[in-house]
Structure formats: structure tokens, C-alpha cells
Design a protein around this ligand. Structure first.
Ligand code: CA
Length: 224
């Protein structure tokens, strides 16, 4: 994979670069947020490891700008603080995963591998979680072989949740990806659609796949 590491602490950047290279990845390193945004727009990276505290432009702003420009490369955010609020802000800004500092190098490698895997899975036409399937070519959805009728927006919501399976999707991220709004519509729009989707894909089926993460968002996953 081609990985971009954006971190202004040279020692940390160098650690991560060496570890990723040892796993066979091609690694670019930048130390400035504005340069990172420019590079992301011009180079097809497979994964970006992005520190939040950066000169030029902070990591949250970089990821927000990337998503606005429809740059969909998976982003792993790194943060020195690791507060829950910042984590939610990062996921809402459009980051895919989050790692508080200090972190074990092994943890960074595992997260990068997982993000790269999801990226290649995103190119497969049939998405599957338990006995729920979504064919992104024919747009047919089935649960346990039973066809499920979805309204167009419900379909887009389910596709987004399935492509993000196992990851928590914040309301703002859902609004941006599914409705294409870059503002908070300020209503319970997402919750209403989630409720309808749950009625269709989970009611009468086991196990339940669509879960609420209170105060944060939603996640589609098989119970562990
Ligand atoms: Ca930093």
C-alpha cells in the first residue's frame, strides 16, 4: 500500500515510517497540514495517518477539507490528548479511525492494515454482514434470502453503514455521506431513517445488526 504519514514530530514520524516500510508499504512523510491536503488531492494514497496537532493546518481541518473535496482515502487520526470529545469530532469530520497517543507501534500497523482492507473491500460489489447482503450493482438487498424493499435514501444509508461495518458512524458523517449536506440539518432526520431501516432489516430477524452508540452515532455489526 502507499501510505502518507503526516506528523510534525520528526522522531515519531520516522518511527511510523520505518515500521510501515518494514511491512512492505511505500511511505511518504509530511510535517505540515497544508502540504498534506495538497498531497492528498494529488496522490492516490491507500491510507493516511494524520496527526491532529500540526503546523499549517490542523488534522481535523485537513480531513474535513478532504471529504469536502470528495477525497475518500481512509484516514487514521493520531492525537496527543485522546479525549472522547475530540474523538467524536474527528469521526464527524470524516476520519475513519482514531488512535490516542501514546500508542504502540503495533497498534498503528494493525489499524493501517484494517483500513487498507476495508478500502479494497469497498471495491467489491456485494457487501455482506451475517445474512444481510447488498448488491451495489443491482441495488438489491436481502436478509436471509428475503428481498427487502428500500427507499432510495434508505438504500444509500444502508450502503454507507455496510461499507463502514464495525465502525461507529457519527450523525454528521451520515448526513454528509448520505444526504450530501455539509451542514447539520438540526432535526432528527438521521434517527428517523435509522428507525425505518431497523424496521426493515432487523425486525423479525436475528441477530440484530444495527446498533445505537448513545451520544455518538450508529454501527452496523454482528454481535460478538
Ligand atoms: Ca503534532
Amino acid at each position: 500500500m502507499r501510505v502518507l504519514v503526516v506528523e510534525d514530530e520528526h522522531k515519531t514520524a520516522s518511527f511510523i515510517r520505518k515500521a510501515l516500510q518494514a511491512e512492505g508499504h511505500v511511505v511518504d512523510v509530511l510535517h505540515d497540514g497544508s502540504e498534506a491536503l495538497l498531497a492528498a488531492a494529488n496522490t492516490p494514497f491507500d491510507v493516511i495517518v494524520l496527526d491532529i496537532m500540526l503546523p499549517g493546518r490542523d488534522g481535523l481541518s485537513v480531513v474535513r477539507q478532504m471529504r469536502e473535496r470528495r477525497i475518500t482515502v481512509p484516514v487514521l487520526l493520531l492525537s496527543a490528548r485522546g479525549e472522547v470529545g475530540e474523538r467524536i469530532e474527528g469521526l464527524d469530520a470524516g476520519a475513519d479511525d482514531y488512535l490516542p497517543k501514546p500508542f504502540a507501534l503495533e497498534e498503528v500497523l494493525a489499524r493501517v492494515r484494517a483500513l487498507g482492507r476495508r478500502q479494497s473491500e469497498a471495491k467489491t460489489p456485494v457487501l455482506r454482514i451475517a445474512d444481510l447482503t447488498l448488491d451495489s450493482v443491482t441495488r438489491k438487498v436481502k436478509r436471509g434470502g428475503t428481498p427487502i424493499d428500500l427507499a432510495p435514501r434508505e438504500y444509500l444509508l444502508l450502503e454507507f453503514l455496510m461499507r463502514s461495518a464495525g465502525r461507529i458512524c457519527g450523525r454528521m458523517a451520515i448526513v454528509e455521506k448520505v444526504w450530501d449536506y455539509d451542514f447539520d440539518p438540526g432535526s432528527n432526520l438521521v434517527d428517523v431513517y435509522i428507525m425505518r431501516l431497523r424496521e426493515k432489516i432487523d425486525a423479525g430477524f436475528e441477530p440484530k445488526l444495527l446498533h445505537t452508540v448513545r451520544g455518538v452515532g450508529y454501527v452496523l455489526k454482528e454481535p460478538s
